[in-house]
Write a protein that binds this ligand. Structure first.
Ligand code: HEM
Length: 140
């Protein structure tokens, strides 16, 4: 397993999300933290795209056909869908609909579990030999 600077930042965001999960009653912490991490997660694909040679990483190496890449991609999409549902239920809570709190809590657990798997599968895909992994070294 390769741990680079970006992986450390992602792991930190996971710990911060976990902390915010346990203090939903402190809305001034819970809401900005969750909104920031959701925005962070939405920006990750752009960051990776701008920082790697994805033509080589996915096409020339044949990785685009690999099970690992598709599994990771599917999990990321599912996470984004859960985020949309979670934001929707948060808006309902803020509007005073207490009935959706249970949904929000259930989805919260799914998000925490799925996000852990997204990070694990993402880290397992880092290949230091290939450009685009963020750890590739340049030959002199
Ligand atoms: C846009 C993002 C989010 C907003 C605006 C938001 C907002 C809220 C609000 C207003 C509450 C009610 C707090 C209270 O009782 O006073 C709440 C509860 C909660 N939220 Fe969030 N939330 C967001 C995302 C998340 C995420 C991503 C998670 C988990 C990973 C999460 C986990 C929870 C939990 C566990 C509760 C407690 C539910 C209960 O009372 O049983 N939230 N949230």
């Amino acid at each position: 397993m390769i741990i680079n600077g970006f992986v450390i930042v992602v792991l930190l965001t996971y710990l911060i999300m976990l902390a915010a999960f346990f203090v939903p009653h402190i809305r001034r912490i819970h809401m900005p933290v969750m909104i920031s991490i959701i925005i962070f997660d939405l920006c990750v694909p752009f960051y990776l795209f701008l920082n790697g040679d994805w033509g080589v990483r996915l096409i020339e190496s044949g990785d685009i056909l690999s099970f690992g890449v598709w599994m990771h991609f599917g999990m990321v999409l599912t996470l984004y869908i859960l985020y949309a549902v979670q934001v929707h239920s948060a808006i309902q809570i803020l509007k005073g609909n207490k009935g959706v709190k249970e949904d929000h809590r259930g989805q919260a657990k799914a998000i925490l579990g799925l996000r852990a798997f997204v990070i694990l599968t993402g880290v397992s895909l880092i290949d230091p030999e290939l450009p685009g992994s963020g750890t590739a070294t340049v030959e002199p």
